[in-house]
Design a protein around this ligand. Structure first.
Ligand code: HEM
Length: 179
């Protein structure tokens, strides 16, 4: 996982819980200095350890940390890379462009990023089903990112996750209903 993701998790903890909590997490749970370079890759296990530590020190369930982080992450990525977002006029167009445009641009920007893959189906005009696939199984982070995108586009949605890799499925189904 790229350092930029660690940097934004750090920003979230400091913004929501304060510097003292972040320092406690680093001092008590992590065996490094907590300095992560945006473009450098770190083992996925390090991010998972950090998410566990954040959960422990904030009394939020892991699922809640990932979902909140996904939403926060979207805002920060959109602010860092506005050009990626500007290309899509509405939320549905944006979500359909993640796999073929956004993450393709991410591959040009970062050396060997670990990205998920998305395929899509549109069973009706108000529903977009996003099929998430990744060995990291960060579908809850994806849910948070989708919610973050929906608030960025000021578009109300109903999000459901009827099929999940954590229940043994080969990929997750994230169903977005535009209200
Ligand atoms: C709703 C929109 C988006 C969704 C659902 C999404 C989904 C994800 C997920 C779930 C991951 C974690 C890795 C994995 O699951 O294997 C990820 C990684 C990443 N995404 Fe996206 N993403 C979105 C938008 C963006 C945008 C706008 C950017 C802008 C730069 C971006 C850049 C990245 C980067 C840098 C990583 C980390 C790659 C690495 O650590 O090697 N994503 N994305």
């Amino acid at each position: 996982m790229k350092g930029v993701i660690f940097n934004i998790l750090e920003e979230m903890v400091i913004e929501h819980k304060g510097m003292a909590v972040w320092n406690d997490i680093l001092n008590q749970e992590m065996n490094d200095e907590g300095v992560y370079t945006a473009g450098e890759s770190y083992p996925d296990e390090k991010l998972f350890a950090l998410v566990h530590a954040v959960s422990k020190h904030t009394n939020l369930a892991i699922e809640e940390v990932l979902a909140t982080f996904g939403e926060f992450l979207f805002g920060k990525l959109a602010a860092r890379y506005p050009v990626f977002i500007e290309g899509a006029a509405d939320l549905k167009t944006f979500l359909k462009s993640i796999d073929s445009v956004i993450h393709v641009e991410v591959k040009k920007l970062y050396n060997n990023p670990n990205l998920p893959s998305f395929t899509y189906s549109e069973p009706s005009s108000d529903v977009l089903v996003m099929y998430y696939h990744s060995p990291r199984k960060l579908c809850l982070l994806a849910e948070g990112l989708i919610r973050g995108a929906a608030s960025h586009y000021e578009t109300p949605i109903q999000l459901s996750h009827p099929v999940c890799m954590h229940q043994g499925a080969p990929k997750c189904e994230l169903s977005v209903r535009f209200l």
